[in-house]
Write a protein that binds this ligand. Structure first.
Ligand code: S3P
Length: 425
């Protein structure tokens, strides 16, 4: 797919549902009693992987497009699947489902695509094993396929070396089944969708600072979940609006949970004209419309506690920094190396190929903005966020930018290219 300079972006765009919240709504719906009705569910490949895993364990799930009905089986109502569960490309499916499977009275194998088989699973295997889980990496390298033999679990207090919502959530889900209290402390608070949604389903959970604590549940109760638009998808339109001269876009219905809104804050700190309108609350999750206008930007430093709140937006922020005057430093972001691709290496290579001044560091990048970019051939490495980042960057580069493997956007945003085209006046 090819991209080149465009006229200003104008008008309104409604962003598809949040990926993290969509996954969790199916998972909790499946192990709750009664029906869970989910609206604005994200029909991305990752969330469909979660649906297919729970269907394979006997959960009836009606997917009617943006509305999904999950007929919950209760905490102990899942069935042993007949074949290995295929998590596709989805780290969230693999890691969160492991927390649930660790406590069932059957065994199961979890697998996924080539990318998922390279991603680190030891980070969940270690704490779940401490709780009593029997979980092994079949290739013996700490990666999937994983074999999980369900076992009785006991609560632990786990101090996580990484701020990862996937790790935290796997432990909290296992904690639903464990004897006694389970606590997770993170170095910085990561997205808290699991905590908010567990509470919504009736779990005995509380949070204090970067520690979440859960006690075993009687049963969770099915409920209604209204999924807000995904701020990680909105990020591409936010950046496009700031970067393409003359643009003004209203991005409607975006989740602005403070554990996810770092991109907005950083854009504002860089001088971006970004305004939140119509702030509201849907099923315990804050949402708003975001008005963005083209702005002249300056560099900034992005590191520390803000990193988990914008971890998936860092590729787009790195590209945005090329259009800002002065230096932008991204640090404390080594987690980027273990995402769907090594996002530090892939971003540094792609932006350099387009003529940017980017230096790769151990835990981030240093970008000196202000150089005009030119088109290039960019390998997405089948990483959805890389493909979308370079599609947007290509709108501000001289000449043509070609994205290889562009179709991988279906992981989190199947209609992305159509939506982007619609905003070009
Ligand atoms: C996610 C958490 C993040 C994020 C991923 C989705 C989640 O990963 O990068 O896209 O839904 O919990 P980590 O928790 O591993 O940082």
């Amino acid at each position: 797919m090819k991209f080149s300079k465009v006229p200003p972006l104008k008008g309104e765009i409604t962003i598809p549902g949040d990926k993290s919240i969509s996954h969790r709504s199916v998972m909790l719906g499946a192990i709750a009693k009664g029906t869970t009705e989910i609206t604005n569910f994200l029909q991305g490949a990752d969330c469909l992987s979660t649906i297919s895993c729970f269907r394979a364990m006997g959960v009836e799930i009606e997917n009617e497009g943006s509305r999904v009905l999950v007929r919950g089986k209760g905490l102990k109502g899942l069935k042993r699947p007949d074949a290995p569960l295929d998590c596709g490309n989805s780290g969230t499916t693999t890691r969160l489902i492991s927390g649930i499977l660790a406590a069932q009275d059957f065994d199961v194998t979890l697998t996924g695509d080539a990318s998922i088989q390279k991603r680190p699973m030891k980070r969940i295997m270690d704490p779940l094993s401490q709780m009593g889980a029997r979980i092994t990496s079949l290739p013996g390298n700490g990666c999937a396929p994983l074999h999980i033999q369900g076992s009785p679990l006991s609560g632990i207090h786990y101090t996580s070396p990484v701020a990862s919502a996937q790790v935290k959530s796997a432990i909290l889900l296992a904690g639903l089944y464990a004897q006694g209290e389970t606590q997770v402390t993170e170095p910085y608070l990561s997205r808290n969708h699991s905590e908010l949604m567990l509470k919504h389903f009736g779990a005995d959970i509380r949070s204090e600072g970067s520690t979440a604590s859960i006690r075993p549940a009687g049963e969770l109760s099915g409920c209604r979940i209204q999924v807000p638009g995904d701020i990680s998808s909105a990020a591409f339109f936010l950046a496009a609006g700031l970067m393409v001269p003359g643009s003004e876009i209203l991005i409607k219905n975006v989740g602005v949970n403070p554990t996810r809104d770092g991109m907005i804050k950083v854009c504002q700190a860089m001088g971006g004209d970004v305004t939140l309108l119509n702030v509201r609350n849907d099923s315990g999750e804050p949402a708003a419309d975001i008005l963005v206008r083209h702005s002249s930007l300056h560099g900034t430093t992005i590191g520390g506690a803000v990193i988990p709140t914008l971890i998936d937006e860092l590729p787009m922020l790195a590209a945005l920094a090329c259009f800002a005057e002065g230096e932008t430093v991204i640090r404390d972001a080594a987690e980027l190396k273990v995402k769907e691709s090594n996002r530090i290496a892939v971003m540094a290579a792609g932006l350099s190929a387009m003529g940017a001044d980017v230096k790769e560091t151990e835990d981030g990048m240093i970008i000196r903005g202000g150089r005009a970019l030119h088109g290039a051939r960019i390998d997405s490495h089948l990483d959805h966020r890389i493909a979308m980042t370079f599609a947007v960057t290509g709108l501000c580069a001289q000449g043509e930018t070609e994205i290889l493997g562009a179709e991988c956007v279906n992981i989190s945003y199947p209609g992305f290219y159509q939506d982007l085209k619609r905003c070009v006046s």
